[in-house]
Structure formats: structure tokens, C-alpha cells
Write a protein that binds this ligand. Structure first.
Ligand SMILES: C[S@@+](CC[C@H](N)C(=O)[O-])C[C@H]1O[C@@H](n2cnc3c(N)ncnc32)[C@H](O)[C@@H]1O
Length: 183
């Protein structure tokens, strides 16, 4: 469901990014399976918190930042204004080309999407991955039913789990990070 942030929300997110950028967002970007040439999608990029670090890891690749909110996407443009290898997409379904991304990642996005919308979103993300492409997500562990639903749906779309770990994130608590591969 579309939800535009107000100015205070954007300001507070920028503040959190300045204070916790490295330990929260860079730690996730550092764990992405990137060599530097990949075509990557940040699904639900927000103000570009993870994208800021992921873009630096793609000197010969490309990063697409996608969000359902125009305001977040504009904030993301501002965060990444010094990077050249980025394009921006406002989410509309269906919109992603088949088999075009090497890596798709979602950081604190999927848990907020309704089950019925996830049934549309996850097949679209799976379809946009190349063969051997990788989906990575990190979600809070507060709602275990939701996590189980996301995992079940991911596997139903022919993505196979290859790694997972629980991390304790400052101010956010325990979260689950999962990596899936398309075969
Ligand atoms: C909690 S924020 C996380 C932003 C960013 N990934 C981060 O970790 O800082 C969730 C983001 O997902 C976006 N979002 C929610 N539903 C979406 C959908 N169906 N398609 C694309 N983006 C969506 C929201 O607009 C918001 O920017």
C-alpha cells in the first residue's frame, strides 16, 4: 500500500542514517554477493540508505533504486546525487523485465507489505532475476508468521535458500537476513 512520508519522517530517517549508517546499512551492503559488475535492484529503496553503500560496490555495474513512494524516491536521488551508475523507478505492477537482474535486495520492506500484495511482488522479483541470480532480504524478526509466509512464497517461486543469519541491529532489534538463488 502506498504511503508517502512527511518531512519529519524524512528528517528523522536522514538523522538515523548519519548516526547508524555504517553499523546498520553498510553491514547489510557488505554482505551482498557483489563483485562489482552486477545489475542490481534495490526494491523499496527508501531514501537510499543501503543503496548509498551498494552503489560504491558496483564500479562496473548498475543499481536500480525502486520505491512505491515518489517522496522517498526523491530523497534517494538526493542521497545518491554523486553516483552515476544509478536509475530510479517508481513501482507499478507489472514493470520489471524478465531475467535482467543478477542481484535483487530488499531491506526492511517485505514485512510491511500485505500478504495479497506479496503474492504479486515476490513472483515479479523472482521473474526479474537471471538464472543463478540472487535475492537477499533482511526483515525484523518481530512477526514470525510473516517471515514464514515470505520464505514459503519465495521458495514457491523457485528460489532456493543458500544462507541465512540472525543479526542484532542497533535500535531495530533482531532481524533475519536470507539469501536465495534462482536455479
Ligand atoms: C521501512 S522503509 C525501508 C527503506 C530502505 N530499504 C531502508 O532500509 O532504509 C520501506 C520502504 O519500502 C517502500 N515500499 C513499501 N511497499 C512497497 C512496494 N509495494 N513496492 C515498492 N516499495 C515499497 C516504502 O515506500 C519505503 O520506502
Amino acid at each position: 500500500m502506498k504511503c508517502e512520508p512527511n518531512r519529519l519522517e524524512i528528517f528523522l530517517t536522514r538523522l538515523a542514517f548519519l548516526i547508524c549508517g555504517r553499523c546498520v546499512y553498510q553491514s547489510f551492503a557488505d554482505h551482498l554477493p557483489l563483485e562489482g559488475w552486477e545489475n542490481v535492484l534495490d526494491f523499496g529503496c527508501g531514501m537510499g540508505t543501503v543503496a548509498y553503500y551498494a552503489a560504491k560496490k558496483l564500479p562496473h555495474g548498475h543499481l536500480t533504486c525502486l520505491d512505491i513512494s515518489e517522496r522517498w524516491l526523491n530523497a534517494c536521488r538526493k542521497t545518491l546525487r554523486n553516483h552515476g551508475n544509478i536509475s530510479y523507478l517508481l513501482w507499478e505492477f507489472p514493470m520489471l523485465d524478465d531475467e535482467c537482474f543478477d542481484v535483487v535486495y530488499c531491506h526492511f520492506v517485505l514485512h510491511d507489505i500485505s500478504d495479497s500484495e506479496l503474492e504479486i511482488v515476490l513472483p515479479e522479483l523472482a521473474g526479474s532475476l537471471k538464472s543463478q541470480g540472487v535475492l537477499v532480504f533482511r526483515e525484523p524478526l518481530t512477526d514470525t508468521n510473516k517471515i514464514s509466509f515470505i520464505k514459503r512464497l519465495t521458495e514457491q517461486n523457485k528460489l532456493f535458500p543458500i544462507d541465512s543469519r540472525i543479526t542484532d541491529i542497533p535500535m531495530m532489534g533482531n532481524s533475519l537476513e536470507c539469501i536465495y538463488i534462482k536455479q
